[in-house]
Design a protein around this ligand. Structure first.
Ligand code: IFM
Length: 477
């Protein structure tokens, strides 16, 4: 490249990055994607979770869940004091929602089961009406050619179990076995794809360390303890599913994202390594039989202190697939004031203006890099992207939702998935988070992540431009 060409290119690039994101989103940056590029066996779908969409929080014998309790009693901790009491009213609208999925050519739906809906006290008494709801959902999916992918635990623990200590009580292993045994015996004849957990780091860290999810505690000790019990429940639940589901495809999911050092200094590199342990390695390594990554984060010896003799045998489980949930990347810098990890995440707005509505950095290449990182573990043989999507402050204009930013985000990330696949990485599925706009935990209903919009006053569904694109894409042979 000549100097002149180089200067022209950098000037154009400067102009491009200075443009508002909405404008940039309108400029196509890569060749169009074709479904066939990903191969015939690639799984395509959308994802949701029980508390975020179902509503009907106290109907038909459902017990109180920790999110019911938390949103009702810690209202200040949830944006606009929102609750999931009604959410998307999926409990009553599942039938038309699954019909919509079918019309949109969505081949697979990932959803979770609400533990307190089927076991109101967490253990013991079974709520048949709650089980019936999921029977209806599963049957409706199958009737419409939508393959169910079920998550056992997407953060709604029965409050009765929380009252007994929740994830801090080692009995949770027994409770979790009872719950997974019930749902896999009842649904395992028709549901073949199972995920034991959704993002173990999110609920242990946010619930026991950051205090922003239930039970709202801030304690290193509790965080460490909840980690170990959650790891043990992965293995315990996985073994129950393996026993009960004939020809089961059993996985679990992890929130993950590349961690880069802010500067090329030893301090920042080491800070990035420690943050990486927490964000990416803390759960997968013990599950793969590698133990806790204590060498790179010595404080994890406190997690190891929770181990009883024989636990090292119970911790690993040979999952059929690893669920990758990637949205963003992290940048770390050394900070001696932060206890334990001595690392600070650089606020994304200091790095770029490419931010989602939730302030997360948009970084499509991070998807490719994380697939490489996870694909490098010898025990990871099959990766499914079980969540990816963007929060955008959508607006409804003349009854339509045009969301070019989200569409570009999805396409850019998919290009990176394809790049990884073409390089031979075992990535075999992609689920958009989310099918519907829904209750985004402590952020309430403000962030919009669906490819189908929801008007929370009327419960009207509007397929967004991104949803129309996905539907067209999926209708290709
Ligand atoms: O909405 C959540 C989901 O429950 C878990 N993964 C991340 C999503 C977006 O924040």
């Amino acid at each position: 490249m000549t100097r002149k060409e180089y200067l022209r290119l950098t000037a154009l690039l400067g102009l491009y990055t200075a443009m508002p994101r909405e404008l940039r989103a309108a400029i196509p940056t890569a060749a169009p994607l074709r479904r066939s590029d990903f191969g015939p066996g690639f799984v395509w779908g959308t994802a949701t979770a029980s508390y975020q969409i179902e509503g009907a929080w106290n109907e038909d014998g459902k017990g109180e869940g920790i999110w019911d309790h938390f949103t009702h009693h810690n209202r200040g901790k949830i944006k606009h004091h929102d609750t999931g009491d009604v959410a998307d009213d999926f409990y009553h609208r599942y039938s038309s929602d699954i019909e919509l999925m079918h019309r949109m050519h969505i081949p697979a739906s990932r959803f979770s089961i609400s533990w307190p809906r089927v076991l109101p006290d967490g253990i013991g008494r079974i709520n048949e009406k709650g089980l019936d709801f999921y029977h209806r959902v599963i049957d409706k999916c199958l009737e419409h050619g939508v393959e169910p992918w079920v998550t056992c635990y997407h953060w709604d623990l029965p409050q009765r179990l929380q009252d007994k200590g929740g994830w801090l009580n080692r009995d949770i292993i027994r409770w979790f076995e009872e719950y997974t045994d019930l749902i896999s015996r009842r649904f395992g004849d028709r549901v073949k794809n199972w995920m034991v957990f959704n993002e173990p780091l999110s609920f242990t860290l946010a619930g026991y360390m950051a205090g922003v999810h239930p039970p709202g505690h801030i304690s290193f000790h509790e965080f460490y303890r909840s980690i170990h019990h959650t790891v043990l429940c992965h293995g315990a639940g996985g073994r129950v599913l393996r026993r009960n589901v004939k020809d089961g495809n059993i996985g679990t999911t992890f929130s993950c994202g590349m961690v880069d050092p802010r500067r090329d200094t030893r301090g920042d590199h080491e800070a990035a390594t420690r943050l990486d342990v927490i964000i990416n390695r803390l759960f997968i390594e013990p599950l793969l039989g590698m133990g806790y990554p204590v060498r790179d984060l010595p404080a994890l010896r406190h997690v190891m202190d929770q181990m009883l003799p024989g636990d090292e045998v119970l911790m690993p489980f040979d999952f059929d697939f690893t669920g990758i949930q990637n949205y963003t990347r992290y940048v770390a810098k050394y900070c001696g004031l932060i206890p334990v990890i001595h690392a600070l995440q650089v606020p994304p707005h200091q790095l770029t203006s490419d931010l989602t509505q939730m302030g997360w950095e948009v970084n499509a290449e991070g998807m490719y890099r994380i697939l490489k990182k996870f694909g490098a573990y010898p025990g990871v043989r099959n990766m499914i992207i079980t969540e990816n999507g963007e929060a955008v402050a959508d607006t409804v204009v003349n009854g339509e939702i045009n969301d070019p930013q989200r569409l570009k985000y999805i396409q850019d990330y998919l290009h990176q998935v394809l790049r990884a696949k073409r390089e031979g990485l075992p990535v075999n599925g992609y689920f958009i988070w989310s099918f519907l706009d829904n209750f985004e935990w402590a952020y309430g209903y403000e962030p919009r992540l669906g490819i189908v919009g929801v008007d929370y006053r009327t419960q009207q569904r509007i397929v967004k431009a991104s949803g129309k694109w996905y539907s067209d894409f999926l209708s290709q042979k």
